[in-house]
Write a protein that binds this ligand. Structure first.
Ligand SMILES: [Zn+2]
Ligand SMILES: [Zn+2]
Length: 147
């Protein structure tokens, strides 16, 4: 794997590099990610924040509160709207990089599907990937069960 990996937004105003290796690979099905991305789920890798740098442009930030009450910063391109990463106030050493903004996203293999409580019924799921109703430190979500 190239390190750092590189990526950017749709319009090219933002470019970044993200060093180190993913500590966790996930697909998030929460409603906020669904809305921000206009998609049923978002593929993300948790990367060390200290090794993530914008090499071009200045992103915009949008702060929301999660179910947990924690603030979540969503960092995106103010010109084209591409979501680049998400950072939770309780885990400032980590950024959740949106995998499909990488120049080479093909390596991604999810460790888990998270926030399955708001997964869309028409989305498809790989039964070999563990599912959680919220975060992975929460309760595992039995495959096939409904919430
Ligand atoms: Zn852009
Ligand atoms: Zn989410």
């Amino acid at each position: 794997m190239p390190s750092p990996r590189t990526g950017g937004c749709l319009c090219g105003a933002l470019r970044y590099e993200t060093g180190g290796e993913p500590s966790f690979s996930l697909r998030c099905h929460c409603r906020d990610c669904q809305r921000q991305n206009g998609a049923a789920s978002v593929a993300a890798i948790r990367m060390p924040a200290a090794q993530f740098h914008f090499t071009k442009g200045t992103p915009k930030r949008y702060v929301t509160k999660a179910d947990s009450g924690n603030e979540i910063v969503r960092v995106f391109c103010g010109d084209c709207g591409t979501p680049i990463y998400v950072q939770v106030e309780t885990k400032l050493d980590t950024v959740g990089v949106r995998v499909c903004t990488l120049d080479d996203p093909g390596f991604f293999k999810p460790d888990a599907d998270i926030f399955m409580k708001s997964a869309q019924p028409w989305d498809t799921h790989d039964p070999s990937v563990p599912q959680y109703d919220t975060y992975p430190d929460g309760k595992a979500y039995p495959i096939g069960a409904s919430s």
